[in-house]
Ligand binder design. Sequence first.
Ligand SMILES: *Cc1c(COP(=O)(O)O)cnc(C)c1O
Length: 521
Amino acid sequence: MNIQGRPTSSVSVDMNPHQTFNGNRALQLEEPLIFETGRLDVTGVDIEAPATVVSRLGAFERKGSLGLPGLTEPEAMRHYVRLSQKNYSIDAGLYPLGSCTMKHNPRFNEAMARLPGFSDVHPLQPQSTVQGAIALIAQLSDWLLELTGMQAAAMSPKAGAHGEMCGMMAIRAALEARGEAASRKVVLVPDSAHGTNPATAAAIGFSVRAVPARSDGTVSVEAVKEALGPDVAAIMLTNPNTCGLFEPQIVEIAAAVHEAGAYFYCDGANFNAIVGKVRPGDLGVDAMHINLHKTFSTPHGGGGPGSGPVVLSERLAPFAPLPFVLKKDDGALALVEHDSEAEGAQPFGRMSAFHGQMGMFVRAYAYMLSHGGDGLKQASEDAVLNANYVRVGLRDLMSQPFGDKPCMHEALFDDEWLKGTGVTTLDFAKAMIDEGYHPMTMYFPLVVHGAMLIEPTESESRAALDLFIATLRDLAMAAKAGKVDRFTGAPFHAPRSRLDETRAARAPVLRWSAPEPVARG
Ligand SMILES: *Cc1c(COP(=O)(O)O)cnc(C)c1O
């Protein structure tokens, strides 16, 4: 076997008694790279080469073959269908990835996003021809402001991390306007933060000062006060935090931050737990990104397309980036693209070439409209209920790092309960794959040893949760009963078993090169 686990010769020496002759596993078919399937002497089209071609390329004419693989239509078709079947998705099954909010994307949203008036618009079209699309952006941003209790929204950021950058750039612009950008260069970030928070601060030139978490997983106002000073620009705090807990002192923290002349950036990736219940603006938040692809069910995974609008408080609203929607005197809507049209505002610049992810705006809009205010609130309540249902269903077998307390939308366990079993968090997660479950978020947040962060979301039924809990209970009891073989080496039923994930991340092979021809003698 080579590193990918593909048989390299017909006499494959493999310890796995279930290894098949050709590498296929039941109807899960092996799929070589398209370069390995295709051959240079085959083509899927049978148009004859033109008899006379007068090239006008001169010195730019191609000398050799492009080296693209030739495949027949069925071969090409099968290749891409098989690849598509290797994706695990929320449409296929429960996806309990904590912090990521993998919830059902209603088909209604998809149908709306495919309406030609939305799907076929072009960002360079004259604005008079896309008034409906602009109205949708404006209405969506109004609803986000209503749900968050904030003043202005920047709709163009393309992901949560991009939104963080947008919010922090608005903070920097506000400091510049106060003449304090040079003296306030530090951003406070709690230990438990998502990695994007310190990365964002550092990427735009701030330095990061860590705030330790309390033993109960939350941040204390005393610790924040200790870290505050005249050099602090902002704090980046996640609420509910990455341990699945609502920060109990968030109002006091906001007050202390403001008193010290700094701004409060809230990472809103966990907004799914509190929509309709709490308005971040009321807590003293100055800037917060909203992951439409988490809270408002737009599809995500595999890197996008995300959408991370940012909402800003009154103090930061003047610095919101271009473009933004303005209602003109004649009632028409305009996307303001230039400083000169900004009417007194001081936009700090722009975050992307155009206006944001239109398709995601339509989906989020459809989600909000179909739920209504009461439905959005119920979705949050159900998300919290489901997480606690899982937590309580597992708490006698699996340990919780901060005691037996209710959580918000995600249930957090540590690996204390695995001590002495010879099974690690990673082994446990891999064994879940054999049982047909995508693993939960592992080893995050970093402040919890061997963390397992489970977010079932509101879109799972009670029956689905019962089976999930029963499966995890069975695995937990097996681990405690010393059945280590079920874990180390898992997954056993997947097309690939344990991979060297560190090497895959550190030394990825991204370019195919033709194998050396084998010398035959
Ligand atoms: C997902 C997430 C982010 C980043 O959002 P992306 O859309 O993936 O860039 C930031 N913080 C937290 C807590 C998150 O869960």
